[in-house]
Design a protein around this ligand. Structure first.
Ligand code: HCA
Ligand code: CU
Length: 375
């Protein structure tokens, strides 16, 4: 299976991300985000529907006319009014959705699956001559019966649209379930398949990856995972998932821009990058315990499945604490131009550990202790 050639990222910070509790992007910020995502190299950028507000419509037109490499999609209801607006404002593709689960059909539109298919057919027949890419997604796919999903996707497939989408709208799906459902759909349609997964129960990255393994071609992500509630598959986390398996899977992206993207979106929505964030979190490449630091100094791959350098990041090896080891102390001494024998390094480490039991230390404490060996 050659994953690298077959998947695209659909970056939806400018749609799903706008549904994040504290997101309110200005037009200027929307343009800045679109350009930054394009520079990173995502294949698609999904924007809020032009039906959402007049400014959203103007911003869609402005971003669609930037001539970016990424294709510009807009996310619309399966509705003629929205489809017309998408075309009028220059979208290169539309990501349409319709609620199909029993839970959502009742509260959302009250239509039967048959009526829903008829409405989709009308909208798709209108869109076809306009040469826009068409994706049709069943909202809440994983609480929709497989029979209903196959009925809808089968009908969409016959209309020869580019893709069907599966959405784990409520973040309930498990990786195995995603694998099964996507495999079943894969066998039933010949168009591309998109996956969109929420993270309510912490499976968004695993689910996106299972979707890919089962034959999905398009994966929805947002910067830092921002979206409704606690969000969706994060761009950086998904990149980490892929890069840890084989960095060739992600080499087409400008990986050193990830830290900038995460920081920019964190600033725009007024949050911090979480300390434990994939790749860009403060501790993502920190090593501390003696056994770890010894091994990492000898060969970083011992405790790192991601190479920080390909993301423009550096590892930190913490030595000013009671879990420290003599190898790391000797290495620090070498950095300071102090050559310690093994017994000296062991003695220095023992003294540091005793000191660390009394108070918290920093690197200056370590260095002071090491300088004593030059006297
Ligand atoms: C939402 C809709 C959506 C749509 C996903 C898709 C979802 O909840 O606002 O079109 O694939 O999670 O179902 O984001
Ligand atoms: Cu969503």
């Amino acid at each position: 299976m050659d994953l690298s050639e077959r998947f695209c990222l659909v970056e939806t910070t400018l749609r799903e991300g706008e549904q994040f509790a504290t997101a309110h992007f200005t037009s200027e910020q929307r343009l800045t985000i679109a350009r930054a995502l394009d520079a990173f190299g995502v294949e698609y950028i999904e924007l809020t529907s032009p039906a959402a507000s007049p400014q959203s419509a103007r911003d869609l037109a402005a971003i669609a006319s930037l001539g970016l490499r990424a294709r510009i999609l807009t996310h619309i209801r399966c509705h003629m009014d929205d489809a017309r607006l998408a075309v009028e404002h220059g979208a290169q593709g539309v990501n349409m959705l319709f609620a199909t689960s029993e839970q959502l059909r009742h509260v959302s539109h009250g239509r039967s699956i048959e009526q829903l298919i008829e409405q989709a057919q009308t909208v798709i027949r209108y869109l076809k001559p306009h040469q826009v890419e068409i994706r049709f997604s069943c909202e809440d796919s994983f609480r929709t019966s497989t029979a209903d999903l196959l009925r809808v996707y089968g009908a969409m497939n016959e209309l020869q649209i580019e893709r069907v989408g599966l959405a784990d709208t409520v973040g309930i799906a498990t990786p195995r379930q995603v694998y099964d459902v996507v495999s079943t759909v894969r066998a039933a349609v010949d168009c591309d398949i998109e996956f969109h997964g929420h993270n309510d129960s912490g499976c968004a990255i695993a689910n996106a990856f299972c979707a890919l393994e089962a034959g999905a071609t398009h994966i929805d992500v947002s910067v830092l995972g921002i979206g409704e509630r606690n969000g969706i598959t994060p761009l950086g986390g998904f990149i980490a998932r892929l890069a840890s398996l084989d960095k060739r899977l992600v080499q087409r992206y400008n990986l050193t821009l990830l830290a900038h993207l995460d920081q920019m979106i964190a600033d725009f929505v007024g949050v911090e990058i979480p300390f434990n964030n994939y790749i860009t979190g403060a501790t993502a490449f920190s090593h501390k315990a003696g056994m770890h630091t010894k091994a990492v100094i000898a060969d970083p791959r011992s405790y790192e499945v991601l190479d920080p350098a390909i993301f423009g990041r550096t590892r930190t090896v913490a030595i000013a604490h009671r879990l420290t080891g003599w190898h790391a102390i000797a290495e620090r001494a070498r950095d300071l131009g102090i050559m310690l024998s093994e017994s000296q390094a062991r003695a220095a480490a023992a003294r540091l550990k005793a000191l660390a039991d009394e108070r918290s230390l920093d690197l200056n404490d370590v260095d002071e202790l090491l300088y004593e060996y030059t006297e």
